[in-house]
Design a protein around this ligand. Structure first.
Ligand SMILES: Cc1ncc(COP(=O)(O)O)c(C=O)c1O
Length: 443
């Protein structure tokens, strides 16, 4: 069913047209499909249809952003009504206030919140807030964690053995071109779940570090969960040195009503959001303790930051977010969580039976297919060209079996899915793995 691979397919024609006007034929940098990408024309519930009319089960949900799948009726109604009233204004709207209230009520570390347009922007706002509040310049982040494409965080999320340095003192390595060298060296890189190294490195740089940026459940790292007590330990160490903790919950907010901090603890000073809180529309948000959030208040007497955004808190994204989060009661979260556990169990079983190396990581509605021999304990365990090559082959075979996941194996469930779709996914994976073995005599 990979019709897009045929040279005369509609996707091939679109790609030819696209390549002359868009570098690489696509603006979706994290979705590179070779020899050519496919183009999607519609989505409904948990299915998407490509330009050649092939329908697939969508377990990518736009990189985890759509928790109710596509064309969710309450979002369509809320957004349509909002469009009738206007799509963007110079002043704030009641929808902004309502979404702020909803998130503040649900997330323990958020007394106040401010909206932007993307997760990248949310992280950028949080870092600036931490710098303004502490008067310090440097930030620390964990090796292997992705936080968007802002200069300070495009460091060591894709580093490799040639440059990553000792495991207990990771080097700061640029993960993109275009990052000034001085910005790279300013970032302190920490090894995830390693208490001794984290304590030692933070103590060494304690007077320079404004904040530690933490994704409590990092997709790029392979969804390695925080070790028992690690986040609370981090909180104690940072507090002792006057360092703030920023939780990046752009993806991990999917693990439950109160996000990852509700599940794993950690008491962050600031939290960043994106993806599901916009109900399918562009969004980002930075929330946190009122004392720190005061830096965003133009009337504040203390340190302040200048931050704008023509489309920040636009009422279309706010309405879609309200309709999305409003439809997620505890029963919906519990159902997603149970389906996620069943999916991960089923996928791990078919992987084991197939003999193809691979494990499924994740929590609640999130999963990551990682084609490694064992469950990773650190980011470095996930870095292996053979793992990536197996994932690329599985991705293509899954597409052929009419299932869409992220090219790196990231995926998630949506509320329109049920047990039938979980079974469909598991048996499609079983067939995809069998086809992979057939391709190369099994590896
Ligand atoms: C943990 C995390 N933080 C930040 C971002 C950046 O969000 P956006 O792509 O909306 O800029 C992402 C994007 O995938 C992410 O996974």
């Amino acid at each position: 069913m990979n019709r897009f691979l045929q040279p005369d397919s509609a996707s091939a024609r679109l790609w030819d047209a696209a390549r002359t006007v868009i570098p690489g034929g696509s603006s979706k940098a994290n979705f590179v499909v070779r020899p050519r990408p496919f183009y999607l024309v519609s989505g409904r519930g948990c299915r998407v249809t490509d330009a050649d009319g092939v329908e697939r089960l969508d377990a990518s949900n736009n990189f985890t952003a759509l928790i109710h799948g596509h064309a969710f009726r309450p979002v369509i109604e809320a957004v349509t009504a909002q469009l009738e009233r206007g799509s963007a204004f110079a002043a704030s709207t009641p929808e902004e206030v309502a979404l702020a209230r909803l998130i503040v009520d649900r997330v323990p570390g958020v007394d106040q919140i401010r909206f932007g347009n993307s997760g990248t922007e949310a992280v950028m706002m949080a870092i600036k807030a931490a710098r303004a509040y502490t008067g310090r310049d440097r930030i620390a982040k964990f090796e292997g964690a992705y936080h968007g494409y802002y200069d300070d965080v495009q460091v060591s999320f894709s580093s490799g053995p040639e440059s990553w340095g000792p495991p207990d003192e990771p080097a700061s390595v640029p993960s993109s071109g275009g990052i000034p060298k001085h910005r790279v060296v300013e970032v302190l890189v920490l090894p995830w779940n390693d208490r001794d190294a984290t304590e030692r490195l933070l103590a060494r740089h304690r007077h320079e570090i404004a904040a530690v940026l933490v994704d409590p459940l990092s997709n790029r790292m392979g969804f390695i969960p925080p070790a028992e007590g690690f986040l609370d330990f981090l909180r104690q160490v940072t507090r002792a040195h006057g360092i703030l903790v920023i939780f990046d919950e752009v993806i991990s907010f999917r693990v439950g009503m109160s996000g990852a901090q509700g599940r794993y603890g950690g008491d962050p000073d600031l939290t960043t959001f994106g993806k599901i809180i916009g109900g399918g529309f562009p969004v980002g948000a930075t929330g946190g303790k009122a004392e720190v959030m005061a830096v965003f208040d133009p009337g504040s007497k203390g340190p302040r930051i200048a931050s704008g955004g023509t489309f920040s808190a636009n009422p279309v994204s706010m309405s879609a977010g309200l309709a999305t989060l409003g439809a997620l009661d505890q029963a919906a979260w519990d159902r997603l969580e149970a389906m996620g556990a069943r999916l991960r169990h089923g996928l791990n079983e078919v992987l084991r039976a197939s003999g193809v190396p691979g494990v499924v990581m994740g929590d609640a509605s999130l999963f990551r297919l990682l084609m490694a021999e064992d469950r990773p304990r650190s980011y470095r365990d996930t870095v292996d060209p053979a793992v990536d090559e197996r994932m690329t082959r599985l991705f293509m075979q899954l597409l052929d079996q009419r299932v869409l996941v992220g090219t790196n194996g990231l995926g998630c469930l949506s509320t329109p899915m049920g047990d039938a779709e979980i079974d469909e996914f598991i048996s499609a994976t079983e067939r995809a793995l069998a086809a992979m073995k057939h391709e190369r005599g099994g590896r």
